[in-house]
Design a protein around this ligand. Structure first.
Ligand SMILES: [Zn+2]
Ligand SMILES: [Zn+2]
Length: 343
């Protein structure tokens, strides 16, 4: 039985191209108690590989978090399969607005300790005691209420290119960092204000809302399905759109545009721009915002130093990297001294 990928990303891309069939990009998650994640992982891989599902899926004792693409014509089959898993029956499927044929090029199902790297200790509070889930319509109503405090639960580089009007966007690198900051800011309003939160697909709010309830907040709400689902409902139901800019997503597209507003700036020249790139110097790989002119002038690099390194023959670059950790990627996502216009 085949339990892992055999095709390379390149071969897969060629195959998808050739097949020319529509694929749906979607995501879902569920907190559940999974006794044997490895066994469950194998079960998913065997079934989905056979359905030509591609994507990145994390399985843990605490549940599942999946981002994947499914051939449109096999969607019914896929849906039936997950409906047969008791904790996934009728799970919300966030279906992306832009359907890109190459969102994912492999099927990777991984067993992890947690489905979200949130740094929170589960034992300290009850994660099932979460906030009130609201849909786009109710969310808009809450935003019109002057008694509402709206908080963006994402990281700085995500909210930078798009967020809800009037949202507090903590300048943090990780989800965990934002929790105490927000609590401190709102400590005098634990009982009288509506604490409304949102994130990309809703998963971070599942835990954040439970955390705030545990910390004594009385009126905690979360946007169900996150920005992805909000955009879908606004579109389908012709609701007022209160999200400005782009929604940062975690597949190769990096973002999907929700409104025409460009709210951020090129980190190198300062002109309006909301396109994220990774520095072309493999040893740097810094995530930052770069306009087309700067990309051209800098050979897709974040700095003159990186430009110099990226121009070296591959073998020389490799020799330079030897023994050095890739610190930008891990600790400085979206931040660097070389970026003049990064606030
Ligand atoms: Zn620029
Ligand atoms: Zn760089």
């Amino acid at each position: 039985m085949q339990l892992y990928n055999k095709l390379s990303a390149k071969e897969r891309a060629a195959m998808i191209e050739e097949a020319g069939e529509d694929r749906l990009t979607l995501s879902f998650y569920a907190y559940a108690k999974i006794g044997n994640p490895q066994l469950f992982r194998n079960h998913l891989f065997v079934a989905w590989d056979q359905m030509d599902v591609l994507g990145r899926i994390y399985v843990a004792h605490e549940g599942i978090n999946a981002q994947l693409s499914v051939p449109a014509k096999r969607f019914a089959e896929f849906k039936e399969f997950i409906d047969n898993i008791y904790f996934l029956k009728d799970v919300r499927l966030n279906i992306a607005i832009e359907h890109d044929l190459k969102s994912f090029l492999k099927l990777k199902v991984k067993v992890r300790k947690k489905i979200v790297a949130d740094g929170l200790n589960d034992d300290t509070f009850d994660v099932t005691n979460k906030g009130v889930h609201v849909d786009a319509k109710k969310f808009n109503e809450l935003l019109d209420d002057p008694n509402t405090v709206l908080v963006d639960m994402r990281n700085h580089y995500e909210s930078e290119i798009g967020h809800f009007q009037g949202a507090i966007t903590p300048d943090v690198d990780t989800f965990r960092d934002s929790l105490p900051i927000i609590e401190e800011d709102l400590k005098d309003h634990k009982e009288d204000k509506n604490l409304v939160m949102y994130c990309t697909g809703g998963i971070r709010c599942e835990k954040a809302s439970a955390y705030y309830k545990h910390r004594g907040f009385k009126n905690v709400y979360q946007l169900e399905g996150g920005i992805i689902e909000y955009a879908r409902q606004v579109d389908n139901l012709k609701l007022d759109n209160k999200f400005i800019g782009k929604n940062f997503v975690f597949d190769h597209r990096r973002s999907e545009r929700i409104s025409e507003d460009v709210i951020s700036h090129c980190h190198q020249c300062g002109k309006p721009c909301d396109t994220h790139v990774n520095c072309a110097n493999e040893a740097c790989h810094l995530l930052f915002i770069q306009c087309e002119e700067c990309a051209k002038a800098m050979d897709n690099c974040c700095s003159a130093d990186c430009k110099e390194i990226a121009a070296l023959p591959y073998e020389e670059q490799k020799a330079l990297r030897k023994g050095k950790g890739n610190s930008n990627k891990i600790f400085k996502k979206g931040r660097s001294e070389v970026l003049k216009y990064k606030q």
